[in-house]
Write a protein that binds this ligand. Structure first.
Ligand SMILES: [Zn+2]
Length: 304
């Protein structure tokens, strides 16, 4: 269901801030944004440069800008708070990334302090230290990290996060690429052991949207983020079910704005148009849904 040219929502980034104000919101809260140490980010961008080899499609990173300009871009669309998510691909990185994320948030008022996890002997100690130091959101990337989220080394980590009520944004779906341990069925093993974990399924579990909705229904503290969901780019290869807006109507307070800024091959406004199209498509959604998704629910999860 790609948003039509004449559909609702802002057409360009320049129109976003005014559109957000027209909804009566003080700004946007984006739970899924990436900032990384410069050298890592350069490598991520080089990966997207070769997207045709990896994904079979072109992926021109839209906001490939120096860090100050990326922050300006977020501010100009009215993002008042965001979770800058970091993630390791091997052992020995998580604690360093957590320190980097803490320093980054210290210098950027809109950035919520975040942390990440990796199954290694220091995992519990690292996450406990990050939470004690103020981390309010954690990222787990099952595909890039190539680990089993139900790994024993992470059991105490999930328990600690559930106890602390700190949300974990978990990329555990098969999209855009399968990994050895991707799949929402794999992550459900974690939820069975830790049913009170606040888990935000990145990309709404793409492409297993049905299972993602089922997890939201069965676990009170599971949420979906909108990252890359329903935009024309993604609809080409991992479209949402045709009755997506109707199905969201039953779980309207369990959906949060995420975008994957800056690594997206389209504008920030494009994601908002996808969400606006869902809101318009079902009478049970409408503007209250937009206010919940774009601000209220993510603000609550991030402890604002
Ligand atoms: Zn992401």
């Amino acid at each position: 269901m790609p948003p039509e040219d004449d559909g609702p929502g802002p057409r360009t980034d320049d129109e976003v801030a005014g559109w957000v104000r027209s909804l009566g919101l003080p700004g946007l809260v984006d739970i899924h944004v990436h900032f990384l140490p410069e050298r890592m980010l350069t490598k991520v961008w080089e990966y997207f440069d070769r997207a045709e080899d990896h994904y079979g499609l072109r992926w021109p990173v839209r906001y490939r800008l120096p860090e100050p300009e990326r922050l300006d871009a977020l501010r100009s669309v009215g993002v008042r708070a965001f979770a800058p998510l970091v993630y390791p691909h091997k052992p020995g990185m998580a604690a360093w990334l957590n320190g980097w994320a803490r320093d980054f948030a210290d210098g950027v008022p809109e950035a919520v302090p975040t942390a990440t996890v990796y199954p290694e002997p220091s995992a519990q100690r690292d996450v406990a230290a990050a939470v004690a130091a103020g981390a309010r959101c954690v990222k787990a990337h099952v595909q890039v990290g190539a680990y089993d989220p139900a790994d024993e080394a992470l059991d105490a980590v999930w328990g600690l996060l559930a106890e602390a009520g700190v949300p974990v944004v978990v990329h555990c779906g098969h999209g855009p690429l399968r990994g050895a341990h991707t799949g929402l069925d794999v992550f459900e093993r974690v939820l069975r052991r830790h049913p009170r974990l606040v888990a935000v399924l990145a990309h709404a579990g793409m492409p297993e949207y049905d299972l993602a909705l089922s997890l939201v229904q069965r676990y009170d503290r599971v949420y979906l983020d909108t990252t890359m969901v329903g935009v024309p780019f993604t609809e080409e290869f991992m479209p949402v079910p045709g009755d997506w807006p109707r199905r969201l109507a039953g779980i309207a307070d369990r959906v949060v704005l995420g975008t994957d800024f800056p690594n997206i091959p389209y504008t920030y406004a494009t994601q908002l148009r996808a969400v606006a199209a869902w809101a318009e498509a079902d009478p049970g959604l409408g503007e209250p849904f937009l206010r919940a998704v774009l601000h209220d629910t993510p603000a609550r999860l991030l402890g604002m």
